[in-house]
Ligand binder design. Sequence first.
Ligand code: WT7
Length: 631
Amino acid sequence: MSNRIHTLGGYIHEYQKSVLEPENFWSRVADSFYWRKRWDKVVDWNFDEPKVQWFVNAKLNITENILDRHLFTMGDKPAIIWEPNEPDEPNRILTYKELHREVCKFSNVLKKNGIEKGDRVIIYMPMVPEAAVAMLACARVGAIHSVVFAGFSAQSLADRINDCQAKMVLTSDGNFRGKKSIPVKAVVDEALAQTDTIQNVICFKRTGTDVTMESGRDLWWHEEMQGISEENKAEEMDSEDMLFILYTSGSTGKPKGVVHTCGGYMVYTQYTFNNVFQYSSDDVYWCTADVGWITGHSYIVYGPLLAGATTIMFEGVPTYPNPGRFWAIVDKYKVNQFYTAPTAIRALEAFGTEPIEPYKLDSLKVLGTVGEPINEEAWHWYHDHIGKGKCPIVDTWWQTETGGILISPIPGVTPTKPAYATLPLPGIQPIIVDSEGNELKGNSVQGNLCIKFPWPSMLRTTYGDHERCKNTYFSNYKGLYFTGDGVKRDEDGYYRILGRVDDVINVSGHRMGTAEVENAINEHPKVIESAVVGYPHDIKGQGIYAYVICDLANRSEDNLKNEIKETVSKIIGPIAKPEKIQIVPGLPKTRSGKIMRRILRKVAEGDTSSLGDTSTLLNPEVVDEIIKGAQ
Ligand code: WT7
């Protein structure tokens, strides 16, 4: 039973039911899963502590719902289709039976190497099926995985290992991305020099590049898998046991470990996958995200596999060997649902329609976007040239913290509207508030987006620091979960996400905290102070603009700027490199010493007409200098 909604009337009915009788609604959805023990209560919650529990006291293992449950009904159906970076390298297809076998074997490898229920395991791997096997094997033995995007630096990796006190790292020798081959194991080695909790590293051989293996610590994936038993009984987990930690950036300090738990995450990701993509049993579904982000967790691995879908994992990049690669893959596998990011759409749009021409794209039924607001132009391009005007676009709004999609059209069921995420899914109760926290009722209103009732896959805490979870999400507006996004509800009641209202920048759909980037810039010995803001970027959505005060002695400005970029790349990773750096004599500050980012944002946007009153600043003269030096 898929709990799929088929009609607009069905949506309205389900939505109303989910608000009026949430326990009945979710208990019916959850009934379609395999639980070792049923729950005593559907939901128990308060947003003050906050404390949220779903399917209280139920027992399960999510991998039994992904693998064991599907063995007899669809054992020979492809679960994962892997498309390699090079178009002429053989692909790999793992059926549900084969995936089950691999996961059982690797679960035994984890156990053999001392991994027990509750241990934290870091996964720092490229887009290969083994990354999914690694996640599922952790889930099967009850270990808590934390996938770290393989583009992050050694420093970022070490910070995450230390934060969650991980016991093991699963990685690969290297990573193929377009023309590049990236060392991965070497980054792990560098990170491990700054950590002391890791007992073993298991390394999957992908590129064949030379690596150093530390004896007693480092093991080869293929050697460990040799001769290991294929029998593995899944660990029994409580519904509220942690399933995984995923680090994400916020407006202050270091990234925080968002915690998701087993039962609610399972129910919500499958439910939303089925509805938002309207997956039917013979469809081929493809999400182009990386497993290092929440999209990869919920809508490449968990959601689709729970639903018994065929999910594609693509190792490469959209422009290699040419900008027609996505469309070649769509035709090759007759992809029915295609899910990508606005930044990818805009990047491909920049090549014109010629790269699309050789392809039919006639298998496509649903197109999805996620990660940042999609502008109307990109929406139409996607709709007309990729969907040929016949595929509904699901603009899915959600967050690492929400675990699954909260606001989105249901294709063929509810209407779409360019640049709008449109309507909340059943179970989701959005509310718009002004800066004082007053609810803005009715239509044609704009404010901050909050959610007033829990949903099964919401975050439970931030790892090791519950206070931070409370302060970040539950303290701005009493009794509400605050998303950090601005939103408009139009005259028809449709939601349009306007972007972050906090100090978070969204670069190509990746979240970056301004404070985090500033801290990295300030590591450069010549930097005295810096301030980072986002500015509109044609392809990336937002770019990073850094204002830096520094000591220019013995350095040319250009050299220094390059060094600063390298510093950021080294400390966080290449994705956080500022696009633009302006060396400034000072930063505009209030009399209490607070940086006036509003002014810096305006200058970065190239709009200096409405800076407002700057005379009350501590140093008004600096504003003119900044405008003069702006790029
Ligand atoms: C932030 C969350 C959700 C997976 C990928 C990003 C922005 C996300 C949309 C959308 C407008 C969107 C929001 C949100 N965002 N989807 N459809 N329209 N904005 O996850 O890294 O946790 O970032 O991405 O600003 O708060 P994330």
